[in-house]
Write a protein that binds this ligand. Structure first.
Ligand code: MOS
Length: 720
C-alpha cells in the first residue's frame, strides 16, 4: 500500500502527532561521526577488486579532434586503453531535464571539453599517459565573448516602462555585470563503474539519482532498469552534480570495454571546466518611482550565455517577477550562444545573481530619493503576485526586514554615505531583501517499522545538507521514536525514488514522502489499538490511546510493518505563489588607502515555513552568507578572450571566501508554517541565504565610502 498525496491546497494542521519533540530541534547529524572518521564511503573511496584507473583528457582547442600518438601512449607502461567514444558526454546535464546531456567527442565545442579517457593499471600511470597524449584540433575561432553573437529570447513586457520612466520623478537606469562562477564542491567529481553481465553499477557523486539513472542509461543506450547508482555520501553539489558528468559515462564505457571495474576521478582543474558554471550576466536595471519611493516601473533585463544545444538558461529574474509591485514591467533574459564551458545551475540559479543585482539597484534608488533602504522595500511589497495576480501562500518579507533591522541595530545608521571613519577605514552598513522560489518535486519513501526501530529508505541524497538528520527527525517524530531508533538509508536506486537534492526542494519534498509513509504505519497502529488516528499518541516507542498504553514492540508482535509514501506537487503550486523570504544586513570596513574591504558583521533573518532542523538549516544559511561575501568581494572566473577557456581554474586563483574573510554570522529564523507547502508546512531553506547576500555587502561598501561597484566582484581596484 502507498499513501499518495498530490498537494492541491492547504494541508490540515497535524500537530496532534507531534509528541516526540524531535522535529525542528538541532539534532546532530547521525552521519557526522562516519564522515569525520573517514568511515563514510564517497565515490572515489570505493576501489573494487581489479579496478583500473581512468583519466580524462581535455580538448586544447575547437573542432575535430585528432590524436597524434595513440599507439605510443597505448604502449606506455601500465596503460590499458585510450578511449574515444561518441557516447562520452560534453558536460554535466541538468538533472531535471531527465535526458542525456549533449554527447559526442568527434569535435570540441569548448576548450577544456573532455574528449578522451586514458585507462591504466594505476592512477599515476593513467595521469602520466593522459599528459603524454597529443591532441590536435582544427576548428575555431568561435564566438566566446558576450556581445559577439545575436541573442535569443526577449524579456516579458507589461505596460509601458519607457513612459513610466519618462514621467517618474525618480528613475534609475544602470547596468551591472557578474562574472562566471563555479560551484566548487569540496568533493571532486568521481565515478567507479562495474558491470555484471548487462547490468551496470556506478558509485558516483550525484545529487539526483532517479534522474541521473535515466541520463546515464540514455547516454549509453541501455535500459534504465539495468543501471544501479550508489551515492550514499556526497561532498557538496551546489548544482554541479545535478546531472551526470563526463566521468560517470567514461567510467561505464571503459569498464565495459575492459571487462573490469574502472574508477575515474576529476582533478580540481578539470572540475572547474567540465562541470557547469554559473553564467556571467549583464543586467540592465530600470526603476521608476514616485516621491515616496513607490515603484511605477521595474525593469530587469539580463544577458546570459550557454553553449549551442544546451537547454539551461540562468533564470536571473525569476524572483523579480514577484518581488515588488509595479505596473510597468520589462523582466526577463536574453541568451547568447557562446563557446565557453557549459553553463548550468549553481546554488540558487537565478536569484543568487538576479536578486543580488535587483537589491543593489533598490539601494541606489533609496539613496537617490533619500529614503531608508528598508523603508523602500516595505513600501513596495505587493499584496498579490504582481504577474499572476494570485495570492502568496505566505509573505514574510516585512517581518524579516523589521526583525532583521532590529537584530542588526539598523536604526543607528547614518542616512548618508561617508559618515563614519576609523583611522584609515571607512565604515558602512548595507542591506538587502532575500527571495527564493519554493518548489516541490515528486518523491517516494518507504519505512519498515520493527521491534528494533524504523528503517527509512529512499534514493534521496545527502549532499552535506543534513538529509540523514532531517529524515531521522521526521520519521522519529511521526512514529514516536527517539533518533537512535531510526535508521535512514539513502543514495541507492534500489530504494524508492526520492526527489534528489536541488533547488532547495530536497528536505521538504522527500521529508513529506517520509511523513506520509509514517502516516500509513500510524493508521495501521491505530487500527490495532482499536482507536481513531486522531486519538493515537506515539511517543518513546509506545502507543497511547485514551488510558491504554502499549509498547510498539507488542503491537508489532515480532513482525515488521511497512509504510510507503508518495508526494507530488499539485495545484497548490499554481493557485498560490510560494516563496521564501529574508533580509540581509552587513557592516563593512573599506580601507581608504588600499581599497581592501573587510566584512565586519553580517546578519540574516529568514522565513521558510517550518524549520525541520535548527542546526542544519543554520549551516545552510551560514553557507549562503559566506557565498555572498565571496560573490561581492572576490569570486569570478576569468575567460580567455581568445578561446573562452577558464584561466583561473583552481582554488588558488579562484578566490572563495575563507574563514579569515568571514566574521561571526548572525542567522535567525522566523516562526512560520506554510500550509500550502505540504503536510510538513516547510519550504526550502537551502539556497535562500545566498540570495541577495552579496548586495548587502556591496551596498555597505557604498555607504562606507560612496563608491558604487557595478561590476562584480568589488576588488580593491574597483573600490578605489
Ligand atoms: Mo541546486 S544549484 O539546484 O543544486
Amino acid at each position: 500500500m502507498t499513501l499518495d498525496l498530490k498537494v492541491d491546497g492547504q494541508s490540515e494542521e497535524r500537530a496532534e502527532a507531534f509528541a516526540q519533540g524531535l522535529l525542528g530541534t538541532a539534532l546532530d547529524r547521525p552521519d557526522g561521526v562516519l564522515k569525520v572518521t573517514g568511515a563514510a564511503v564517497y565515490a572515489a573511496d570505493d576501489v573494487p577488486e581489479g579496478c583500473a584507473y581512468g583519466m580524462l583528457v581535455r580538448a586544447p582547442g575547437f573542432g575535430a579532434i585528432e590524436v597524434g600518438n595513440a599507439d605510443e601512449v597505448r604502449a606506455m607502461p601500465g596503460v590499458l586503453a585510450v578511449i574515444r567514444d561518441k557516447r562520452m558526454v560534453r558536460n554535466a546535464a541538468q538533472g531535471t531535464a531527465n535526458a542525456a546531456p549533449v554527447q559526442g567527442v568527434d569535435s570540441a565545442d569548448y576548450v577544456g571539453q573532455p574528449v578522451a579517457l586514458v585507462v591504466a593499471e594505476s592512477f599515476e600511470a593513467a595521469r602520466h599517459a593522459a599528459q603524454a597524449l597529443q591532441l590536435r584540433t582544427d576548428g575555431g575561432p568561435l564566438p566566446v565573448n558576450p556581445g559577439d553573437v545575436e541573442t535569443e529570447g526577449e524579456p516579458d513586457t507589461t505596460g509601458d516602462l519607457d513612459a513610466a520612466m519618462a514621467e517618474a520623478p525618480h528613475r534609475l537606469d544602470v547596468t551591472y555585470t557578474t562574472p562566471s562562477m563555479t560551484s566548487a564542491p569540496m568533493e571532486p567529481h568521481a565515478a567507479v563503474a562495474w558491470w555484471e553481465g548487462d547490468a551496470l553499477t556506478v558509485r558516483s557523486a550525484l545529487q539526483m539519482l532517479k534522474y541521473n539513472r535515466n541520463e546515464l542509461a540514455d547516454s549509453l543506450g541501455i535500459d534504465p532498469a539495468k543501471v544501479r547508482l550508489l551515492a550514499p555520501y556526497v561532498g557538496g553539489g551546489f548544482g554541479s552534480k545535478l546531472g551526470i558528468a563526463a566521468e560517470a559515462v567514461a567510467a561505464a564505457i571503459a569498464a565495459q570495454d575492459l571487462g573490469r571495474p574502472v574508477r575515474v576521478v576529476q582533478h580540481r582543474r578539470q572540475v572547474f571546466e567540465t562541470v557547469t558554471r554559473r553564467s556571467e550576466t549583464r543586467q540592465r536595471l530600470r526603476l521608476a518611482a514616485d516621491r515616496t519611493g513607490k515603484l511605477s516601473g521595474i525593469g530587469q533585463e539580463a544577458w546570459v550565455s550557454n553553449l549551442p544545444g544546451e537547454v539551461f538558461q540562468e533564470p536571473v529574474t525569476q524572483a523579480t517577477a514577484f518581488a515588488y509591485g509595479a505596473v510597468h514591467r520589462v523582466i526577463g533574459e536574453r541568451l547568447e550562444r557562446l563557446h565557453r564551458p557549459a553553463a548550468g545551475s549553481v546554488r540558487a540559479p537565478g536569484e543568487a545573481v538576479g536578486v543580488t543585482i535587483l537589491e543593489c539597484a533598490m539601494d541606489e534608488l533609496a539613496n537617490d530619493i533619500g529614503i531608508d533602504p528598508v523603508e523602500l522595500r516595505l513600501r513596495n511589497i505587493p499584496d498579490t503576485d504582481p504577474e499572476g495576480g494570485i495570492p502568496f501562500s505566505s509573505h514574510m518579507l516585512a517581518e524579516a526586514l523589521k526583525t532583521g533591522a532590529r537584530r542588526f541595530g539598523w536604526s543607528d545608521r547614518a542616512p548618508k554615505p561617508r559618515a563614519r571613519r576609523e583611522g584609515e577605514w571607512w565604515i558602512g552598513t548595507g542591506m538587502s531583501a532575500a527571495f527564493r522560489v519554493n518548489v516541490m518535486m515528486e518523491a517516494e519513501a518507504r519505512i519498515a517499522l520493527s521491534p528494533e526501530g524504523a528503517v527509512v529508505e529512499t534514493d534521496m541524497t545527502d549532499i552535506g545538507t543534513g538529509t540523514y538528520a532531517i529524515l531521522t527527525q521526521i520519521a522519529g517524530e511521526a512514529l514516536g521514536l527517539p533518533a537512535e531508533k531510526v535508521e535512514v538509508r539513502l543514495g541507492d536506486t534500489t530504494y524508492p525514488p526520492g526527489s534528489g537534492s536541488g533547488g532547495s526542494w530536497g528536505a521538504a519534498t522527500t521529508g513529506n514522502a517520509v511523513w506520509l509513509a509514517a502516516q500509513e504505519i500510524r493508521a495501521e497502529l491505530a487500527r490495532r489499538m482499536e482507536c481513531g488516528e486522531g486519538e493515537l499518541t506515539l511517543k518513546d516507542g509506545t502507543a497511547t490511546c485514551g488510558n491504554r498504553r502499549v509498547a510498539l514492540a507488542d503491537l508489532l508482535d515480532g513482525a515488521t510493518l511497512e509504510g510507503h509514501g508518495h508526494i507530488e506537487a499539485g495545484d497548490a503550486f499554481s493557485k498560490v505563489r510560494q516563496s521564501t523570504f529574508g533580509a540581509h544586513f552587513a557592516e563593512v570596513a573599506v580601507n581608504d588607502v588600499t581599497g581592501e574591504v573587510r566584512v565586519r558583521r553580517m546578519s540574516g533573518t529568514f522565513a521558510a515555513g517550518r524549520i525541520l532542523n535548527e542546526k542544519t538549516a543554520r549551516s545552510q544559511c551560514h553557507g549562503g552568507l559566506t557565498w555572498g561575501i565571496g560573490m561581492a568581494l572576490t569570486e569570478g572566473m576569468v575567460h580567455d578572450r581568445r578561446d573562452g577557456h577558464i584561466v583561473n581554474r583552481d582554488l588558488a586563483e579562484y578566490h572563495m571566501a575563507v574563514n579569515a574573510d568571514v566574521p561571526p554570522l548572525d542567522v535567525h529564523f522566523l516562526e512560520e508554517r506554510d500550509p500550502w507547502a505540504g503536510p510538513l508546512m516547510s519550504k526550502g531553506i537551502g539556497e535562500l541565504g545566498i540570495c541577495g547576500a552579496a548586495a548587502a555587502v556591496l551596498n555597505a561598501i557604498h555607504h562606507a565610502c560612496g563608491v558604487r561597484v557595478r561590476d562584480l566582484p568589488a576588488t580593491p581596484d574597483r573600490v578605489l
